[in-house]
Write a protein that binds this ligand. Sequence first.
Ligand SMILES: Cc1cc2nc3c(=O)[nH]c(=O)nc-3n(C[C@H](O)[C@H](O)[C@H](O)COP(=O)(O)OP(=O)(O)OC[C@H]3O[C@@H](n4cnc5c(N)ncnc54)[C@H](O)[C@@H]3O)c2cc1C
Length: 425
Amino acid sequence: MTTDNPVFTDAPSNVLIVGGGIIGLNCAWYLNQAGCRVTVVDKGKIGAACSHGNCGLICPSHVLPLTEPGAFKEAFKALFSTHSPFRIRPRLDVHLWSWMWHFLRRCNQRSMMSAAHGIQAILTSATQEYEQLLSLPELSGLWQRKGLLYVYHSHRALEAYSKTNQLLAEHFHEPAKRLTAEETLQVEPALKPSIAGAWYYEHDTHIRPDRLISKLRQYLVATGVRFVEDNSVQALDGTGKVARTVVTDCGVLEADAFVFAAGTWTPTLKELLGCRVPIEAGKGYSITMPRPVQCPSIPLIFPQHRVVATPFEDGYRLGSIMEFSGLDDSLPEERLELLRSGASHYLLEPTSQPELERWHGWRPMTYDSLPAIDRCPRWNNVWVAAGHNMLGLTMAPATGKLISEMVMGKMPHIDPTPYKLNRFC
Ligand SMILES: Cc1cc2nc3c(=O)[nH]c(=O)nc-3n(C[C@H](O)[C@H](O)[C@H](O)COP(=O)(O)OP(=O)(O)OC[C@H]3O[C@@H](n4cnc5c(N)ncnc54)[C@H](O)[C@@H]3O)c2cc1C
């Protein structure tokens, strides 16, 4: 591994981060720790985009990419389905079709395994970093270590997961414990007795994402990080290969180095970055409610209906769905109903009233399920940290640490090769 930083003999002291989601905030945290003055600029409110209403799972067990061999068939079906939790809205968009083509090409065992190793490296690092981050007095008490249950409705689907479990155990040391229906009900009495059983990942954890964002922001403000909201970055100016300023809606901001953590919006910054990062919006939904009387105590995934139920200390959330419909910001009732009806197959009390928040977010999806964490070829002092797919909350601290190391010209703690931008060329 090399430090891959040809320009700075002195590390930058003033860094500007574009995007105040969970990735931008973690970049701010690690750069601030490294001694930089950090400013975070967001076109909206800090943490109000995809990082706000997600399912809150911190799941090192999610090693496999979406490009599993069978995903080809699923993607084809999704083109013609309007009622399925996985949906592709066909439209004349050359970027979507190119993305799909690259995605489908990777739906084979070899590509899946190669991506999975890149995913696991960042998940493992992130888990270790979370241990430290969340032990700070300012952030303590936020996460809950209850594990994660994959609950199945049919015996056949429960059994089919054995193959995945074997692969995870053999190649990634991430085995789950198989539970019978009776054992599952003992672990989680909020489930219906009609379930077939479950696979239990004991080491996964969860956190309420909006609480984490708000506490992290408070902590960063107290340590000198500056936040600028409602200010869209429109251009990047500089001399030769060195960027000097960003032009925003409200004026010009200077820095020695720039990190673009703009999530799903990254492709819209193509001209400015000098490269296109092929990210498609993977729209998901969630509904947040008060805790039902028979509230689950452990986060639950219902893979057959593609719904996640996450209990928080002060609430309860149903979430999921994957829709490729561009930056469409509608919130159709029938999509939310998929969450409620999906959960009703498994839970004694799947919903509660009132629904406090109905939400959608756009996951920044790359076609190989790996994030893009790298320096832009056009500039010597501009980095991208985006494309965290379905795992941005989980991967955020490792991304922040890696970006800080790259910006400061230090040796990276994990091999950055799988996250390089040149894989898209
Ligand atoms: C339903 C659902 C459930 C999920 N569940 C989980 C889960 O359980 N665990 C997990 O790990 N992940 C989960 N995810 C994925 C996770 O939410 C995302 O991967 C993560 O939030 C991405 O973070 P981000 O900071 O890259 O993007 P965002 O949070 O979207 O932040 C990007 C920010 O950049 C700003 N921006 C963009 N362009 C500009 C510009 N030009 N100028 C200034 N600012 C700009 C935007 O305003 C935005 O605030 C889920 C996602 C969904 C939708």
